[in-house]
Ligand binder design. Structure first.
Ligand code: GDP
Ligand code: GDP
Length: 434
């Protein structure tokens, strides 16, 4: 259960990213090992005791060619918009500065809960430095040292404590997120979908986070569009900051069951599309590729095949994702979206009986045994599905080191031939049997 979202704010060099990394702990290195994903993370998941929360380092959201105060203002506004609790970091060696006061004023006006951390209190002799920060009129200052890892637990306690109590009941239905770079037609698509279906106006008094999800119904089935507000550009001023739109996309991806990844058919595939798709893939969610603005594409009978090939070449790792060619403008094939969402959701939740799974895996091994490697050969002894969403399989083998990329892909392909899993990533883990 995710408690909510924390955003870190503060002047440059006070230690925001140091503390962000401390809070993420070992997760950072896992994340940074993923190829094709931007290195300088500003978004992650923190865990304290039994509580999970998301955390944003707004210091990583930079405006180009803007005066310094405009940049801080934007960061604080984004934090107020996105977060349930704000972690305000100041530098205990500098005392209270004018910029600290400026930030504190914005935070006080927002009414959001704030945890105030006074950083760079590396030893007890500096403890006295924290008292002047009471003057900011926020919560009680907590002494920390990001680089020494002192006081981080106290900060986490305070953050978890500060989350708004009210937990809303989850909205019913398959939750899908519509992601893609600006202007690909996300908002038009959602409008097209919602216009055709019955939008359920929820009378449950919501927290900000749930109020931005829109539930609707078709043929007695329930769906939820995640982060409709983001799609409809409530934060319009900042939508062109790539980091900010990626942040929104990541948070939507994390909270959904199915991802609709939208490409603009009019302007074609761009570099930024790849970042967005990379995050979706990495999150292990089922994905549908929606090639929008099909009405605006000049085409003959070969165009669809050619574009399909292009998409497959550009997004090799999304080979499992079905592609739909639609027009939000003319509504062409918009009615195929929901059935496809049902489909890929079903596959992401599919559980294969162990005996059937083993028949397929053993048969695959019999037909094409793993190649030998330095005189050794991988031998799969048995297989077991350990999770859904994404479907995850453990192969018990003689030596996990011997499972190489191409054989893993071969097994994946055989599993897909046998069971489908359309739209859903599959994870295969090798474990030694002893
Ligand atoms: P940001 O710009 O707010 O994200 O700040 P950084 O996390 O990049 O830190 C700025 C500088 O302060 C770096 O040189 C850090 O090593 C240093 N720093 C961060 N935390 C501490 C701390 O607790 N004590 C001391 N002495 N230096 C720190
Ligand atoms: P978003 O930023 O991804 O939400 O994109 P919008 O939905 O705001 O659409 C951006 C622009 O593309 C607008 O001018 C839309 O009218 C236009 N647009 C969206 N969908 C289509 C479509 O299917 N066909 C055409 N020709 N234009 C579209």
């Amino acid at each position: 259960m995710i408690k909510g979202v924390v955003a870190i704010v503060g002047r440059p060099n006070v230690g925001k990213s140091t503390i962000f990394n401390r809070i993420l702990g070992e997760r950072v290195s896992i994340v940074e090992d993923t190829p094709g994903v931007t290195r300088d993370r500003i978004y992650g998941k923190g865990t304290w005791l039994t509580q999970d929360f998301r955390i944003i380092d707004t210091g990583g959201i930079q405006l180009e060619n803007q005066p310094f105060q405009e940049e801080i203002k934007a960061q604080v506004e984004i934090a107020i918009e996105e977060a349930d609790v704000i972690l305000f970091i100041v530098n205990g060696r500098d005392g209270v500065t004018g910029d600290d006061e400026f930030i504190a004023r914005m935070l006080r006006r927002s009414g959001k809960p704030v945890v105030l951390a006074v950083n760079k209190i590396d030893d007890a002799t500096l403890q006295g430095n924290i008292y002047e920060f009471y003057a900011l009129g926020l919560s009680e200052p907590i002494a920390v040292s990001g680089s020494h890892g002192i006081g981080i637990g106290d900060v986490m306690d305070a953050l978890v404590e500060a989350f708004p109590e009210k937990q809303q009941p989850e909205l019913e239905g398959i939750r899908f997120a519509v992601i893609g770079r600006p202007n690909v037609g996300k908002s038009s698509l959602v409008n097209a979908l919602l216009k055709e279906e019955r939008v359920i106006v929820s009378d449950i008094e919501g927290t900000t986070r749930d109020a931005i999800d829109t539930p609707f119904e078709q043929d007695g089935k329930h769906y939820v569009v995640v982060d409709t507000a983001g799609i409809r550009k409530r934060g319009k001023v900042y939508e062109n900051i790539e980091k900010y739109s990626v942040l929104r996309a990541m948070s939507a991806i994390e909270r959904c069951d199915v991802v609709l990844f939208v490409i603009d058919g009019e302007s074609g595939i761009r570099e930024q599309d790849k970042h967005v798709a990379g995050y979706a893939h990495e999150a292990g969610k089922p994905i549908i590729i929606v090639y929008n603005k099909w009405d605006a594409v000049e085409k003959d009978e070969k165009t669809m095949n050619r574009v399909t090939e292009q998409i497959r070449t550009q997004f090799v790792y999304l080979s499992y994702a079905p592609i739909l060619f639609v027009s939000a403008k003319t509504h062409q094939r918009v009615n195929t979206l929901l059935p496809m969402i049902e489909d890929v959701y079903h596959y992401s939740q599919l559980r294969i009986a162990t005996n059937v799974l083993n028949e397929v895996v053993m048969d695959a091994q019999l037909t094409t045994p793993a190649p030998t490697h330095n005189g050794q050969r991988l031998k799969i002894l048995y297989a077991s599905q350990v999770a859904v969403a994404p479907p995850t399989f453990v192969l018990f083998v003689n030596d996990p080191q011997l499972l190489h990329f191409s054989y893993r892909r071969y097994i994946e392909n055989r599993l897909r031939e046998a069971f489908g899993f359309d739209g859903s990533p599959i994870r295969i883990i090798a474990r030694s049997k002893d």
